[in-house]
Each structure stands twice: as C-alpha cells, then as structure tokens.
Design a binder for this molecule. Structure first.
Ligand SMILES: Nc1nc2c(ncn2[C@@H]2O[C@H](COP(=O)(O)OP(=O)(O)O)[C@@H](O)[C@H]2O)c(=O)[nH]1
Ligand SMILES: [Mg+2]
Length: 472
C-alpha cells in the first residue's frame, strides 16, 4: 500500500503516516504473518488510509433553480464543467474534486431497484394527487420521462455497479457529465450521484464542491438526498438571485438554517448574478443591507456581524466571460460586452483593457470567495483534521506497540521455557552419567571380588584336594 496523500499533510504528520505504511509493509511481508496477530493490524491500517482518503472539505451549493449554482461552480473551477441550464427535473448530486493525475475521472452511482420503486411510488401518487399544484409540478417529470423513452433504459441502468470513466479530453468530459446529469438524457433519471475529478484545476486537494438538485425538488425522496448532504457539509453556499428575494428563495434560506440550526457560520448566502443590477456596487450594497436585516435574527445568523460577513454578492457569469476571452480585439461583440460590464461595475479604463479586466475580475467577487474558501474555511478545517488524524495515528501506534510487546514477551517466555528444559536435561544427563560411572565402578569391584573369591575357592579346593590325597 502506498500513501497517496504525500505533500497534502504537514511534514510531521506525513512522517508518521509514512512510518505506518512502512510498518504495514513489514507485517504484510513477514514469513510469520499467519502465526502472529498481524492480520488484524494490516486490515486496520488499510481501512484507516481508506478513511482518510475519503475525508474532504465538502461545500454544497443549494438554491432555487436557475439561481446560478452550476455557473458559480464553473467559475470557481475556472472552466465549464457543471451542466448549466438544467430544468427542475434534474436531481443528481454532482461533486467536483481535483484529480491526482493528468486525467479527468468520472464515477457514476446508480439507483437500485428498491430506491427507484420508492421514487416511482412518489411520482405515481403525485400524478394522482387531488392537489392541482402537485399534479402540475410532477407533469414535466413525466413528460420528459416519456419523451426521452427513459423507461426503455431502466433495465440498463438500475442496479448498475458504479461506473468509472477516465479521459484526458475536456469536451469528452463535458459529454460524459451531460449524459449522466442533464435532464436532456434518459440515463440521468437512474443516476444517484456523479463524482468528477478534474485535472489541472484550481481546486486544492481535499475540497469537494457539490452541485445539488435543490431542496425544492418535486420528489421528496430526492430533496432528502440534498437535505442529508447539507447536514454533512462543512459549508453551504445558498445561491439566490441578488436582484430579488422572493418567497421561494427566502424559504430555501430558512430551510438551510433550520437544517443546521447550531452552526449558522457554515451558511453563506451568495447573491448571484450581480451584473443584472443597473449599478451593481451600489444596488448590491443596498440589497445586502436589506438581507442583513432579514438574516441577523435568531432564526438566521443570530448576529449582524456574522450576517455581514457571510452574505456575499458575486457574478459568476462575468467571471467566466473574462476567463473565456483572454484577449479583446477592438470592434468585436466581446469588446462591447466587456465595456458594458466594466461600465456597470465602475471599472472601465478606456486606455487600458488589461487594467479594466483586472478590476472587473476583482468586482465579480469570485476571487474574494476563493480567498474565503481557501484562507479561512479550508485552512481551519485542515488544521482540525490534522489534529484528529494525528490522534488516530497515535492510538493506532500505541495499539500496535502494545501488540508487538505482547508478541515479544511471548517469545521471551518460550525462550525461557526452552532454557529451563535444557538445564533439566543437563541435570538428567549428569545424574545418568553419575549412575553409569557408579555402576561401572561397582562392576569393577564386583569383578575384583569375584576373582578374589574364585582364587580363594580354587585355593580351598586345592587344599581340600591335598587333604584328600593326604588322607588317602
Ligand atoms: N447574467 C448572468 N447570468 C448568469 C449568471 N450566472 C448564471 N447565469 C445564467 O443563469 C442561468 C441559470 O444558471 P445555472 O448555473 O444553470 O443555474 P442553476 O440552475 O442554479 O444551476 C443560465 O442561463 C446562466 O447562463 C451571472 O452571473 N450573470
Ligand atoms: Mg444547475
């Protein structure tokens, strides 16, 4: 197993992680693997690394349809990736993260039959609802479903295992994303989530931007997916048209606040498309002051300062326009558009197009949003995450050390048992050899005694014999 997080973590944490990987490799390659409790630890270390790979700073983008969520994500990513102008029937969580290599990767998750049956039950009951409004809301879903002949693709996609597609080509990537997220394609009905990894993008490793289908989806089953995602997000960017704060938009903001009641600092209200104002800087300032009054209350931010900090006006459309047109030739439509935008934002410099573009970039608010994401949100998150991971590494290391100590002391016991039995053996051998020696000596003595007796007996016999002869 290779550590995939190099250079992301601080040097000291990376060192600790490297040591853990090294230790894991030693255990995996040990000839005693099956005899020792290594299996338990190698599994634990693998799942630990899997787990830290999954941890990321999740920003969800919610809001009413056509508020400009997807356009804002594209502006932050620096290119056109998220599908724009999707009709309200689209309901796919689309996540964007940075690729670790020089390819784009797309992972698509599909609904299983059980999930689809739940969705379909809801569609049917909405279609037969006595409430005209509910019936009207479900109509476009059914019309699109039928005109795209989506039912004929159902068997193809339901229960499909996760699909992973890689490409190096940007336009191919756009086609793939569109196929699985756009309401113009039949497949998207059966897609639950799309995860896109983008090569060479501005997004730092560890941040995930998620385009959500919204909280006002016609099907509660799908709104609930967004709700759950919001609850687990680190920051929520509620996108609302800066020009209006109509009932529907206001309701969505309130829903988000009630969803994460105790952490209002995680909610950012993004006033989108500020270029639609006649005088964006002035009109937005006025509008923002109004919004602060609405959301500084206890059911919102609970403080004027926090409201002022977390309500931000942007124009992703103008930011992308500048990215798309790196140069501006005289007498072109693009130059005319640039002049219109620059005049609106009070940053037109007739003699210096470069300076105009620079101030306009500043005025769109995307760069300051980036600063907030990177410098404030992500830095704090990363520090907290590092502390938590360091604690987990410490616990893992302590458990491993304890286990290795037990293994070592087991071996020590076996060794001492072995040396014990060796000394027993020595003693036995000594006893035996003593016994043999004693026996040999006794035998010698016996042989001596026997021969003495034999001599004596022989002499006695000779004497008796002599006596006999003498007597006879
Ligand atoms: N003028 C202008 N139009 C924008 C801006 N952002 C988005 N739009 C347009 O608003 C429409 C809806 O945008 P989209 O990003 O698809 O909204 P979503 O439904 O919230 O994801 C599209 O036609 C975009 O081109 C902006 O900053 N300025
Ligand atoms: Mg969208």
């Amino acid at each position: 197993m290779k550590s995939t997080t190099s250079s992301f973590w601080s040097e000291s944490l990376q060192n600790e992680l490297d040591k853990l990987v090294l230790c894991n490799n030693i255990m995996l390659n040990s000839p005693y693997y099956s005899d020792l409790p290594y299996d338990h630890f190698t599994k634990k270390i693998s799942s630990f690394f899997e787990d830290i790979k999954q941890r990321s700073f999740q920003i969800s983008f919610v809001g009413t349809i056509k508020a400009g969520k997807s356009t804002l994500i594209n502006a932050l990513l620096g290119n056109h990736y998220a599908t724009v102008n999707v009709t309200p029937e689209t309901a796919v969580l689309t996540k964007f993260a940075s690729s670790k290599d020089d390819s784009f990767h797309v992972k698509i998750k599909f609904y299983d039959s059980k999930e689809w049956n739940n969705i379909w039950q809801e569609v049917k009951s909405a279609a037969n609802s006595p409430d005209q409004d509910v019936r009207d809301r479900i109509k476009p879903f059914l019309q699109e479903y039928s005109s795209l002949s989506a039912d004929s693709e159902k068997e193809l996609w339901l229960n499909h295992k996760d699909l992973i597609i890689s490409t190096k080509n940007h336009s191919e990537l756009a086609t793939i994303i569109s196929k699985y997220t756009s309401s113009k394609s039949a497949a998207h009905y059966f897609v639950k989530e799309v995860y896109v990894e983008i090569k060479n993008c501005l997004l730092p490793q560890g941040i995930v931007l998620c385009d959500t289908p919204g909280l006002d989806d016609v099907l509660s089953y799908r709104s609930n997916i967004t709700k759950q995602y919001i609850a687990s997000s680190n920051a929520i960017f509620v996108c609302v048209l800066s020009k209006f704060l109509a009932g529907e938009q206001y309701n969505i903001i309130q829903k988000v606040f009630s969803q994460i009641r105790y952490n209002p600092e995680r909610v950012y209200i993004i006033g989108t498309q500020t270029d639609l104002f006649n005088n964006p800087p002035q009109d937005w300032k006025y509008q923002k002051d109004e919004w602060i009054k609405y959301f500084e209350t206890a059911s919102g931010y609970g403080s004027k300062n926090l409201a002022a900090k977390n309500i931000i006006g942007i124009s992703a459309g103008v930011h992308l326009f500048l990215l798309d047109n790196k140069t501006f030739a005289n007498d072109t439509d693009e130059m005319d558009d640039l002049r219109v935008y620059a005049r609106k934002y009070n940053c037109l410099n007739r003699h210096d197009i470069e300076a105009t573009c620079k101030s306009l970039y500043h005025a769109t608010g995307i760069n300051s949003l980036w600063n907030i994401i990177q410098k404030n949100l992500f830095t704090i998150y990363k520090q907290t995450l590092e502390n938590r991971i360091s604690e987990e590494v410490y616990i893992l290391k302590s458990e491993l050390t304890q286990c290795l100590k037990e293994v070592t002391s087991n071996y020590d016991l076996q060794l001492s048992a072995l040396s014990l039995s060796l000394s027993d053996l020595d003693r036995t051998i000594k006893e035996l050899s003593d016994a043999i020696q004693e026996r040999t000596q006794r035998q010698i003595q016996f042989e001596k005694d026997f021969s003495a007796l034999e001599n004596a007996t022989n002499q006695a016999i000779q004497q008796v014999d002599q006596c006999f002869r003498t007597i006879i």
